[in-house]
Design a protein around this ligand. Structure first.
Ligand code: FAD
Length: 290
């Protein structure tokens, strides 16, 4: 259990505190995951370093064609952001589905990523946006693609006892882009999803120029349906094409049978259905934007 609770005053101070305690200290943001993990005895850190009072990390900005989201930004802020709703609506859709109002007001997008659950709504949307994370270490800062930091269920390569994510960035969606977020869950609120599919695509005339399809939690980490994405390039946006892409995406799913989330067979079938629906809705949105 925690013995000390410290407030960092800057990113450098947070890293300094982590270094000082050599693995016994861990960062906290909203605490929606970490407090429960601690209660379950899954957080070995005895010193907690709170980053919520560091100035300058609570922003959502557009810079050089990217949208950049600071580490203190909550799901509720993202869901309400007019910039995100206009230029990356899929992230607003995903964050609006997380937990309930209290969880969305406290929990951060960055914390959602670091906790590395394959069902993490915000993280799946970030896979579809091809997002990168800015990681601060005592040696300096680097940008890491989101797909590189997931290693398995609950396993992230960024170690919150040594490093700190300061921001997330992704390209603004411009032109004839459309997106859609499909979520299957046993209840409408306060539950992790059984299945989520996040789609972003761009049209060139009547053909699909490119598509990104991110899926969770039907494998140890969220993943992109690369075969389906490749198949879609240059195809007409029509029902038979969406159905084939759904079939290709489902072939990559490896869900386990789960008493809570349903059988593997059911979830695999639903991957195909949700991908087909998400592609159709995203293509429809492209037509609306042209
Ligand atoms: C009742 C309930 C319902 C929920 N429902 C959903 C849901 O529907 N969908 C969903 O996706 N999630 C859901 N969640 C989980 C969601 O709230 C969290 O994943 C949340 O986004 C984590 O953010 P946080 O700021 O609270 O992180 P914290 O709990 O503070 O931290 C989580 C992890 O991230 C690390 N960390 C935090 N910030 C940083 C940083 N800047 N740099 C490096 N490491 C950092 C911490 O050390 C810790 O390991 C739910 C949680 C609860 C309790």
């Amino acid at each position: 259990m925690w013995q000390e609770y410290l407030f960092a005053t800057s990113v450098e101070h947070a890293l300094e505190l982590l270094g000082q305690y050599e693995g016994r200290a861990q960062l906290i943001a909203g605490g929606t995951d970490l407090v429960l993990q601690s209660q379950r005895g899954e957080c070995p850190a005895t010193v907690i370093v709170d980053i919520t009072r560091i100035p300058g990390l609570n922003y959502i900005q557009e810079q050089d064609g990217h949208i950049v989201v600071g580490a203190q930004v909550t799901h509720a802020q993202i869901a309400a952001s007019s910039l995100i709703r206009e230029k990356a609506p899929i992230l607003a859709m995903a964050c609006a589905q997380v937990g309930g109002p209290q969880i969305r007001n406290a929990g951060t997008l960055v914390g959602n990523v670091i906790n590395a659950q394959p069902a993490a709504d915000g993280a799946v949307a970030l896979f579809a946006l091809d997002a990168e994370l800015e990681v601060a270490t005592p040696e300096g800062r680097r940008w890491e693609p989101i797909a590189h930091v997931y290693r398995g269920v609950g396993v992230c390569t960024i170690n919150p006892c040594q490093e700190m994510v300061t921001a997330v960035r992704f390209r603004s969606l411009t032109g004839a882009c459309g997106c859609n977020y499909q979520r299957l869950a046993r209840r409408k609120a306060l539950t992790l999803p059984t299945l989520v599919v996040a789609v972003v695509l761009e049209m060139a005339g009547d053909a699909i120029k490119w598509a990104r399809i991110a899926i969770g939690p039907v494998a140890p980490t969220p993943y992109r349906a690369a075969d389906a994405e490749a198949y879609l390039i240059g195809k007409k946006a029509e029902e038979s094409v969406f159905a084939e892409a759904g079939r290709l995406a489902a072939a990559k799913a490896r869900p386990r049978d789960s008493l809570i989330r349903g059988s593997g067979e059911y979830r695999t079938a639903m991957v195909g259905v949700l991908v087909r629906r998400a592609l159709a809705a995203a293509a429809q949105e492209c037509h609306g934007r042209r």
